[in-house]
Design a protein around this ligand. Structure first.
Ligand SMILES: Cc1cc2nc3c(=O)[nH]c(=O)nc-3n(C[C@H](O)[C@H](O)[C@H](O)COP(=O)(O)OP(=O)(O)OC[C@H]3O[C@@H](n4cnc5c(N)ncnc54)[C@H](O)[C@@H]3O)c2cc1C
Ligand SMILES: NC(=O)c1ccc[n+]([C@@H]2O[C@H](COP(=O)([O-])OP(=O)(O)OC[C@H]3O[C@@H](n4cnc5c(N)ncnc54)[C@H](OP(=O)(O)O)[C@@H]3O)[C@@H](O)[C@H]2O)c1
Length: 461
């Protein structure tokens, strides 16, 4: 490799992969970077996660484009690493491989009835309304008046808004057409949100929580008794409470003090200190059984929810969205930490089971540190991983790519003749933006793999 341009494969073209590519190019302008992505489109959850009514955030894709693809980094879309090309093959063709595959599935609740029809992971609902091709054909039954959302994080806030915003508002966004159509016909009038801990422990960021109280035509209800802090939380907030926790408590107490808005078309009911214990129904969801919790302080200082009493309340509903976190999946032949669902690593260097760095293998983003953190968190994270990679390159500790650069192209042409290049992605984006302009929307997404591949193929013919 001495004297040659370093070759780096980044697996996963989400925010973490994009930040890593930009960071590598800043540190090593001579690097040749290939961004592998299992979808025909780049930018991961920026396209398939960030809510359609938060368009200002989606503009980050212009920065990613400018700092990566426009600087010579190649997009190799519609190629799944571990299926179409193996870890060992990547190691033959690149000096370094950076895994940035995110967290592709959901964490389960482990309660009876979780898998009843009508009980969904928020992961699926999010993918469906954002036009992720894997979720294109799901059908959500929105015929019941009440839905229950489990979890108090920002993903829960997103799905609550999508269920309660008026369809005319949603129609101004890039929400997938199939979801818009289903939401137009939705009968959901009330969304009950279950937080297992109290207002001081809600995982919402304050801006997202505030927004729930400002939705047009939507009443936000918080029971004053729920907004009142228990003694453990009060003491914790005074001594160790974060700025966000204080702000959230302030907001929730202000919501609880509001006059009831009985004329609103839809309603959100935020409930705290209650856990679902069973999702019930004959053949499909008819209700959720919940039990009360109290906050207890563990010996290590963490605040946990503990069940109190044995009273069970059944909340009748026709839809349950479980929004209790994402979860990463292992990659074939790459070490995986089963307990934490991450790639074992030290500052981004992937470790072998006996704790030594695996030469040339790195990780970044949600697969590195778990499924938390906003977009910007991945930038700092990428800088840490790239610092390790650049240090190892300079020290000459990487084995070095053995095959010539053209060999990976030949291998991919054989394995994935329908690979989507950067030009293919631009053709997809061009069609989506053009359809968007025609309809006065930011973009109209192509949401099935076939449509996406057809649009990408238009540049080949
Ligand atoms: C619903 C939702 C909404 C969010 N909204 C916001 C927001 O408004 N603001 C904010 O700051 N943050 C938001 N976040 C957080 C932000 O999206 C994450 O911090 C960020 O996307 C994590 O980046 P990542 O690259 O690690 O993972 P991802 O974004 O998941 O990217 C991983 C990529 O790897 C690809 N991939 C996976 N496996 C393979 C494989 N085997 N081969 C090839 N490719 C593969 C995936 O297809 C994906 O494109 C949101 C998160 C979620 C879940
Ligand atoms: N607009 C934005 O900036 C935005 C939008 C979406 C997502 N994001 C970010 O993306 C990351 C992931 O978001 P997320 O909402 O998936 O995760 P999260 O922030 O970790 O929230 C998960 C929620 O699920 C609850 N939960 C977990 N297990 C549970 C169980 N068994 N029973 C009941 N409740 C349970 C958690 O409660 P406990 O706290 O009690 O564990 C928490 O309220 C976060 O960092 C988030 O900020 C940001």
């Amino acid at each position: 490799m001495a004297g040659e341009r370093p070759r780096v494969a980044i697996v996963g073209a989400g925010p973490a992969g994009a930040f890593a590519a930009a960071s590598i190019l800043r540190a090593r302008g001579d690097a040749d970077i290939d961004l592998f992505e299992r979808l025909p489109t780049p930018w991961g959850l920026l396209r398939g996660g960030v809510a359609p009514d938060h368009q200002e955030i989606k503009r980050l894709e212009d920065t990613f484009d400018r700092q990566t693809l426009r600087r010579g980094c190649r997009f190799l879309g519609n190629v799944e690493v571990g299926t179409d090309v193996s870890h060992a093959e990547l190691m033959e063709h690149y000096d370094a491989v950076v895994y940035a595959t995110g967290a592709q599935t959901d964490k389960s609740l482990g309660i009876p009835g979780e898998d009843l029809p009508g009980s969904w992971a928020a992961t699926s609902f999010v993918g469906w309304y954002n036009g992720h091709p894997d979720y294109r054909d799901l059908e959500f039954d929105l015929s019941a008046e009440r839905a229950v959302v489990i979890g108090n994080g920002n993903v829960a806030a997103d799905v609550i808004r999508i269920l309660t915003l008026g369809p005319d508002e949603l129609a101004q966004t890039d929400i997938a057409d199939h979801a818009l159509e289903a939401l137009r016909a939705s009968n959901v009038r009330e969304v009950v949100v279950l937080g297992r801990r109290g207002p001081a422990q809600a995982a919402f960021t304050s801006a997202e929580l505030r927004e729930l109280g400002r939705l047009d035509g939507v009443a936000l209800h918080v029971d004053p008794a729920d907004a009142e802090l228990d003694a453990v939380s009060r003491e914790w907030l005074a001594a160790d409470g974060t700025f966000t926790a204080r702000k959230n408590v302030e907001l929730l107490q202000a919501f609880a003090a509001r006059e009831p808005d009985t004329g609103a078309a839809r309603r959100i009911d935020l409930r705290f200190l209650c856990s679902p214990v069973e999702i019930r129904g004959e053949g499909r969801v008819e209700g959720v059984d919940v039990r009360r919790n109290a906050i207890v302080r563990e010996e290590d200082g963490t605040l946990r929810a503990r069940p109190v009493g044995d009273e069970v309340e059944t909340i009748a509903c026709g839809l349950v969205l479980r929004s209790v976190g994402y979860r990463a999946v292992p990659l074939p032949d790459v070490p995986f930490e089963e307990r934490r669902y991450v790639l074992p690593n030290e500052a981004g260097r992937v470790l072998t089971p006996d704790g030594r760095p695996l030469p040339g293998v790195y990780t970044v983003g949600w697969i590195k540190r778990g499924p938390t953190g906003i977009l910007g968190t991945n930038k700092r994270d990428a800088d840490e991983t790239v610092a390790a990679l650049v240090e190892d390159l300079a020290a000459g500790t990487l084995a070095g790519a053995r095959a010539p650069r053209e060999a990976i192209d030949a291998l991919l042409a054989e394995r994935r003749p329908d690979l989507v290049s950067g030009d293919g992605w631009r053709a997809i984006a061009g069609q989506e933006l053009e359809r968007g302009r025609a309809e006065g929307r930011p973009r109209v997404k192509l949401a099935s793999r076939a449509e996406l591949l057809d649009a990408a193929n238009a540049v080949r013919s």
